[in-house]
Design a protein around this ligand. Structure first.
Ligand code: C2O
Ligand code: CU
Length: 504
C-alpha cells in the first residue's frame, strides 16, 4: 500500500473518531429532527389496535439472553440469542392467528423485537424511540398482532441492530397458509460471523476505503467476517436435509447478514416461488443460482434430482463459501459420502427477477407524494464517515410526509459505491422500474437491493397509519445514518430517539 493510501485511510479513521465523539457529545441532540411532526394529532399508541376476538391465539415466550454458541469447526462465539439458540426459536403460525409474544430481556443491554415484513399496528413494530421504549434489562414487553399475510418473515432486535442482529438476536417467523401447498417446508437463515475479531459488530473502516477504491459494493464488511453460517452453523455442522429423489420442498431463505449471498442449486432443481412473502407470477421459469440481499427473503420450490446426495451451496468463487453448504441426502444413503461438487450455473435469480402474482397497482398510479431518495456514502467534516439520504444522516434526513390514503412514489437512486438494500416497515411497495425501464412484471416487496449506479422507482399506498422506518438493511449503513421515516400526518410518536433508544 502506498503512503497516500495509508494517509487517506488514517484521515478517514480520524474523521470517523471525531464524528463518533461529536455524536456522543452533549452538543448533538439526536431527538430533534425527524419528529418535525411534533406532538400534533393523536399518539401512535392509539391507532390500529387489534383484538384477538375469536381467532386462535398463538403465544410464545422469547427471552433475550447471552449464550456460548458453537458455530462448528470448534468456533465458539458469545452470542446474544432469543431462547438460547441462533437463530432464536422458530415461530410458525397460521394465517388468521392472533400472535402474542412475551419478550423478556435477560441481557445487560436494552433490546426489542421487530417483525420484519409483517404488516402490523405501528406500536408493535419494535423500533425503539419511535414505536416503543427499548426493553431494559430485566424488563418485559408483549407484542400482539394478527398474522394476516401468509409467507416468510423473520424477527430481530431493532435496538442498535448493527451490533445486536450481528450477535445473533434474530429468528424465523412463518405465517403458513391455511392449506399449505408443500408437505415439506424448511427455513434457512444465512449469516456471517467475525470469529477472529473480539468485536463482532465492529465496523471496518479500512476495508471500506479499499472497497470504495476497488468498486466492490460490500468491501466494508468483507474484510471482517470470516465464517458463514446457515441456521447458526458453519460447514459440516450444518444440518443435512433428508429428501428422496423427486421429492419437492418449499425452502425459505432469509439473509440476516451484511453480504449478499448466491446459492447454487443442482441444475433444474429450483424454482423461485416468493419474494418477501409475495408469491411470484406462476408462468415464469426456473433459475439455478439464487441471489439474496441482506435482509431479503426468497422462497423456492426445490426438487431432489437423483438418488445420490447433492448440495445447495454458496457460489464457490466467494471466500468462505465452503462454510455455506447444505447437503441433501436420501434416507437410505444417509451415511454414504456426500458429493460436495457444486454445480456451475450463471442463470441467476434475485429478488426482482420474477414479478409478483398480486400487484398493488395494475397500472402505474398517479402519486400524491413523490420523494427522491438519493443514497450515498459521504464524509462530513466533524461527522466522519456517513451513509446518507439526500446528503443527510438520520435523524436529520427529511421524512417522507404522507397523509392516510396517499399514493407515494419513491425514486431511489444510488449515487455511491456501496450496495444498499432499502427496506420499508409496515407496508409493501411495488417496484415499477429499474434504471428508467418499466418492468413487464412488477414486483411487490418490502426490500429493494439498490446497487451502485442503479435507480428504482417504487410505489406504495399509505394505508397503515403511524411512524415507519425506511432504511438500509446493511445495519452498519443504517447506524451511520441511512434511515428516514414515513411520517403520517395526524399522528405522533410519544417516544424519543436517543439515550437508551437506538433505533438504528
Ligand atoms: Cu429487518 Cu428495519 O428491519
Ligand atoms: Cu447501505
Amino acid at each position: 500500500m502506498n503512503r497516500k493510501v495509508v494517509g487517506s485511510i488514517l484521515i478517514v479513521i480520524l474523521l470517523a473518531i471525531g464524528g463518533w465523539l461529536f455524536i456522543n457529545s452533549p452538543f448533538y441532540n439526536g431527538s430533534s429532527q425527524y419528529n418535525g411532526s411534533s406532538q400534533n394529532g393523536i399518539s401512535i399508541l392509539e391507532v390500529g389496535a387489534q383484538e384477538a376476538g375469536d381467532r386462535p391465539v398463538k403465544t410464545f415466550d422469547l427471552t433475550a439472553q447471552e449464550t456460548k454458541w458453537e458455530l462448528g469447526d470448534g468456533k465458539k462465539v458469545n452470542a446474544w440469542t432469543y431462547n438460547g439458540t441462533v437463530p432464536g426459536e422458530a415461530l410458525r403460525v397460521t394465517e388468521g392467528d392472533f400472535v402474542r409474544v412475551h419478550l423478556k430481556n435477560e441481557l445487560g443491554v436494552p433490546v426489542t423485537i421487530h417483525w420484519h415484513g409483517v404488516i402490523l399496528p405501528n406500536r408493535m413494530d419494535g423500533v425503539p424511540g419511535l414505536t416503543q421504549d427499548a426493553v431494559e434489562p430485566g424488563e418485559s414487553f408483549t407484542y400482539e398482532f394478527i398474522a394476516n399475510d401468509p409467507g416468510t418473515y423473520w424477527y430481530h432486535s431493532h435496538q442498535h441492530s448493527a451490533e445486536q442482529v450481528d450477535r445473533g438476536l434474530y429468528g424465523s417467523l412463518v405465517i403458513e397458509e391455511k392449506e399449505p401447498e408443500y408437505d415439506r417446508d424448511e427455513f434457512f437463515i444465512l449469516d456471517e460471523w467475525a470469529t477472529r475479531s473480539r468485536d463482532q459488530g465492529a465496523f471496518n473502516m479500512g476495508g471500506m476505503m479499499r472497497g470504495h477504491m476497488s468498486g466492490d459494493g460490500e468491501m466494508d464488511t468483507k474484510q471482517l467476517y470470516d465464517t458463514f453460517t446457515v441456521n447458526g452453523k458453519a460447514g459440516d455442522a450444518i444440518e443435512t436435509l433428508v429428501m428422496e429423489e423427486g421429492e419437492t420442498a418449499r425452502l425459505r431463505f432469509v439473509n440476516a447478514g451484511y453480504q449478499q449471498h448466491q446459492l447454487v442449486f443442482p441444475e433444474g432443481s429450483m424454482k423461485v416461488i416468493a419474494n418477501d412473502a409475495e408469491e411470484i407470477n406462476g408462468e415464469q421459469g426456473s433459475s439455478q443460482v439464487l441471489e439474496i440481499a441482506p435482509g431479503e427473503r426468497i422462497d423456492v420450490a426445490y426438487t431432489k434430482q437423483g438418488k445420490e446426495s447433492e448440495v445447495i451451496a454458496e457460489n464457490p468463487g466467494v471466500e468462505h463459501s465452503e462454510d455455506m453448504r447444505i447437503p441433501v441426502v436420501s434416507e437410505n444413503s444417509a451415511d454414504s459420502k456426500i458429493n460436495w461438487t457444486v454445480s456451475s450455473g450463471s442463470d441467476i435469480a434475485d429478488g426482482t427477477t420474477y414479478g409478483s402474482e398480486e400487484l398493488l397497482f395494475e397500472e402505474t398510479p398517479d402519486p400524491d407524494v413523490t420523494y427522491d431518495m438519493d443514497v450515498s456514502m459521504g464524509m462530513n467534516m466533524g461527522e466522519g464517515m456517513s451513509f446518507q439520504i439526500n446528503g443527510e444522516t438520520f435523524p436529520n434526513t427529511s421524512p417522507i410526509k404522507v397523509e392516510e390514503g396517499d399514493i407515494v412514489k419513491v425514486n431511489i437512486t444510488n449515487s455511491g459505491m456501496m450496495n444498499h438494500p432499502m427496506h420499508l416497515h409496515g407496508h409493501r411497495f411495488q417496484v415499477a422500474s429499474k434504471n428508467g425501464k418499466e418492468y413487464d412484471y412488477p414486483i411487490v416487496k418490502d426490500l429493494i437491493h439498490v446497487r451502485p449506479g442503479e435507480e428504482y422507482v417504487v410505489y406504495f399506498e399509505a394505508n397503515n397509519i403511524g411512524e415507519w422506518l425506511f432504511h438500509c438493511h446493511d445495519n452498519n449503513h443504517a447506524e451511520l445514518g441511512m434511515i428516514t421515516v414515513v411520517d403520517y400526518q395526524g399522528v405522533y410518536s410519544p417516544f424519543e430517539i436517543g439515550g437508551e433508544n437506538q433505533p438504528e
